[in-house]
Design a protein around this ligand. Structure first.
Ligand SMILES: [Ca+2]
Ligand SMILES: [Ca+2]
Length: 168
């Protein structure tokens, strides 16, 4: 009886410690906001058109609008950023939600959509064409409202109508 009590106490303590750990930043890597400077390189995942991509998954701990950006940035930037968004942790044709090519400034990609609390979403940071390697910056953050395109330019297509590119 005493042993059981000890195990329960230990379990509870572990849960409390794990819960507190979330505030440290290190173990909350899937929570928003996320941002960084990264590189599309030849060793990244290859898609059906031969282009390369980085995949990042985030967890929505509240419902709301989320904005995702991918920008030409760094010392040797990619030529033409491209985004694809998926529900869940595994990108596929079945989980595909939408994509964007040029809704950000210039050739930068921008996507704004509604997420539901308690769900995972995945983002492929990609380029419009194959052979386009280089650096970029990205951001995934709550906006709490639907955002218009930051730079509506002649010839821009509405968010979401860029074609899906399947895995190779
Ligand atoms: Ca990469
Ligand atoms: Ca683009």
């Amino acid at each position: 009886m005493r042993k059981v009590y000890l195990y329960v106490s230990l379990g509870l303590m572990c849960a409390i410690i794990a819960g507190c750990g979330g505030h440290g930043g290190g173990s909350s890597g899937n929570r928003l906001p996320m941002s960084g400077n990264e590189t599309i390189s030849s060793s990244d995942t290859t898609l059906g058109d031969g282009s390369k991509c980085d995949t990042r998954t985030f967890y929505a701990d509240e419902s709301g609008y989320v904005t995702i950006t991918m920008s030409r940035s760094g010392g040797d930037p990619v030529g033409d950023p491209y985004l694809m968004i998926y529900s869940g942790e595994t990108p596929s044709a079945e989980t595909f939600l939408g994509s964007d090519d040029d809704d950000g400034p210039g050739l930068d990609a921008y996507y704004n959509f509604w997420v539901s609390s308690g769900n995972y979403y995945s983002v492929r940071f990609n380029t419009r064409s194959s052979g386009d390697l280089g650096t970029y910056s990205y951001s995934i953050h709550y906006d709490n409202r639907s955002q218009p395109m930051p730079s509506a330019e002649p010839g821009d297509k509405p968010t979401g109508d860029a074609p899906l590119k399947l895995s190779q």
